[in-house]
Design a protein around this ligand. Structure first.
Ligand code: CP
Ligand code: NVA
Length: 300
């Protein structure tokens, strides 16, 4: 692995190696032991979209590894004024040991990786959110003791989270049921991959998808960049709220995962959210550990 652009690029063993490293670093950190990582590494962190978790977990993570994060927003970098990605990537490669990017087009992250001489990490695009799903898989494995054989359900928009959950879960040997309304389906390349590689079902019926689930995922109905569609989406996603009725169809001890931020009363009820808050905030915490693992493996 030289970059982390999307989970489609990794093998199941590659994902497991990242999760094992994440568990190891989490344990070291909790026991206040020093990580074996060269001091003084810098991570450029480019944000073209808002963030709380991704920014703070990457910045804290590189600091805990003995390095430093450099926050670059579009509002105050030349990238935001139109400097080409190809030039920015080559310049940052001369200063920094890694580049993390959150932006709109997946092609921009891929272009960064093409031109950069240092590892590039996708911190969310319209298409994928690989760091989030690594943290989610770490959380599920911690709580369930395994991944292979579990049944994962995702209810909602066929967005960056749906795409990454489907790919990550299939690569880890889980069976996957996605419930997305017509017109809001995951990427065709993701559906094609999932159908060919594992036990995968795509339906418009959230109740069918939830049946027997060990983990139910959901995410916002209007992702960043889609805010103007919020009202139309509220109509399209009627019946897609993870509520008690959906949870009653799931398996015993079914977990709930939400990458956050959450919109209570839309994709999830306040009650289901709060009943599963421990799992959801473990998931948020594991962003730190999973991303430290990615940096540890890519930037040493
Ligand atoms: N889950 C997630 O990526 O959160 P932020 O948008 O706050 O980074
Ligand atoms: N799907 C959401 C995830 C936010 C972390 C978005 O892209 O806005």
């Amino acid at each position: 692995m030289t970059d982390l652009l999307k989970l489609l690029d990794l093998t199941g063993d590659g994902i497991t190696h990242i999760l094992d490293t994440a568990d190891f670093l989490k344990k070291e950190w909790k026991q206040k032991r020093k990580h074996d990582f060269p001091a003084g590494k810098t991570l450029a962190m480019i944000f073209s979209k808002n963030s709380t978790r991704t920014r703070v977990s990457f910045e804290t993570g590189i600091y805990q590894l003995g390095g430093q994060g450099i926050f670059l927003s579009n509002a105050d970098s030349q990238l935001g004024r139109g400097e080409p990605v190809a030039d920015t990537a080559r310049v940052l490669s001369r200063y920094c040991d890694g580049i993390m990017i959150r932006t709109f087009a997946q092609s921009e992250v891929e272009a960064f990786a093409e031109y950069a001489d240092v590892p590039v990490i996708n911190g969310l695009t319209d298409d994928f959110h690989p760091c989030q799903v690594l943290a989610d898989l770490q959380t599920i494995r911690e709580r369930k003791g395994k991944l292979a054989g579990l049944r994962v359900c995702y209810i909602g928009d066929g967005n960056n989270m749906a795409n990454s959950v489907a790919v990550g879960a299939i690569k880890c040997g889980m069976s996957v049921a996605l419930a997305c309304p017509e017109g809001y389906r995951p990427l065709p390349q993701v559906v094609a991959y999932a159908q060919s590689a594992g036990d995968f079902e795509l339906t418009a019926d959230p109740r069918a998808a939830a049946k027997g689930a060990d983990v139910i995922f959901t995410d916002v109905w209007a992702s960043m960049g889609r805010e103007s569609e919020a009202a139309a989406r509220r109509d399209a996603f009627r019946g897609y709220c993870v509520d008690d009725a959906i949870m009653s169809l799931a398996g015993k001890d079914c977990m709930v995962q939400h990458c956050l931020p959450a919109h209570r009363g839309e994709e999830i009820t306040e009650k289901v959210f709060e009943e599963h808050a421990a799992e959801i905030f473990d998931e948020a915490e594991n962003r730190l550990h999973a991303q430290k693992a990615v940096m540890y493996l890519l930037m040493r």
